[in-house]
Write a protein that binds this ligand. Structure first.
Ligand SMILES: C[S@@+](CC[C@H](N)C(=O)[O-])C[C@H]1O[C@@H](n2cnc3c(N)ncnc32)[C@H](O)[C@@H]1O
Ligand SMILES: O=C(O)C(=O)C[C@]1(C(=O)O)C=C[C@@H](O)C=C1
Length: 242
């Protein structure tokens, strides 16, 4: 695995974070060292998908990056005639994702699309995964995305939504941000790497509060919303369509 050193040297002006070739090259290392619980979430996604996957349906992995969620689900799910649709608008990601999935899954079982997840057709879905992707959409476009997913889900289908959280309570926000920075230091990131990445993500990753997520999921139509994981300021919810 290639080590992430993207922000190791001082950059005159830190540009907005983008999922480009350089990020795609180091992505597995970057996300493991940045998101507390990432590996656990990936492993448990598969277990959750196993419960909800329906025969003759599709699983959508939206903002798939290198396909980690799809690989975990494909290893767990055991139903007949199930296919995976993996979508990302970064060509650097989808090119690598296609190669990785080809090595692990039968070619008829998956498709990888380079597209905006807001523009894709979505239907016959038993499971939809947004693993750290919704946070990159403009806040005023997020409800429409969830409604689109809800419409494309089969009855009994599930959306698994993982996000970085922010907190309405200033003390809770400060405490969890602080421990998250300690987590990054413990994983070998320098102060310079941490601060440059924070500037790069500033207007790009806009987190919501847990309450905003629940309210938006309910507004989109989901009846059961459950917080199944939290590691510091990162959480994952599951939302079921009745
Ligand atoms: C943090 S990564 C997701 C990680 C991945 N789901 C995983 O579990 O390993 C976010 C991904 O979402 C993609 N993305 C962001 N906005 C998007 C959009 N509007 N349409 C498609 N992909 C998008 C990015 O290119 C990036 O690869
Ligand atoms: O908050 C941070 O510092 C992060 O790095 C978070 C985050 C994410 O949640 O997607 C941002 C970009 C990278 O893809 C990996 C992790």
């Amino acid at each position: 695995m290639q080590r992430d050193s993207i922000y190791a040297l001082p950059q005159g002006q830190v540009v907005d974070f983008a999922f480009n070739e350089a990020v795609a090259d180091v992505f597995p290392d970057m996300i493991r060292r940045s998101v507390p619980g990432y590996e656990t979430i990936i492993a448990l996604l598969g277990v959750i998908a196993r419960r909800y996957a329906q025969p003759h349906s599709r699983i959508y992995d939206l903002g798939c990056s290198l396909g980690a969620s799809t690989l975990s689900m494909a290893a767990q799910v055991r139903v007949e005639d199930l296919s995976f649709v993996c979508v990302d608008n970064s060509a650097a990601m989808t090119r690598r994702c296609e190669q990785i999935l080809q090595r692990h899954l039968p070619s008829g079982q998956f498709q990888v699309e380079c597209a905006d997840i807001q523009a894709i057709a979505l239907n016959n879905a038993s499971v939809v995964v947004l693993n750290f992707t919704l946070q990159f959409l403009k806040p005023d476009e997020r409800l429409a995305m969830l409604r689109h997913i809800y419409e494309g889900l089969l009855p009994g289908g599930v959306l698994i939504l993982s996000e970085k959280l922010q907190f309405a309570d200033a003390a809770e926000q400060a405490l969890l941000t602080d421990i998250h920075l300690e987590f990054k230091r413990a994983n070998g990131y320098s102060e310079l790497e941490i601060s440059q990445k924070r500037s790069a993500l500033d207007h790009v990753l806009i987190p919501d509060t847990f309450a905003q997520h629940v309210e938006r999921l309910e507004a989109a139509g989901f009846t059961q919303v459950v917080n199944w994981f939290q590691g510091l300021n990162f959480a994952s919810l599951l939302a079921v369509k009745a």
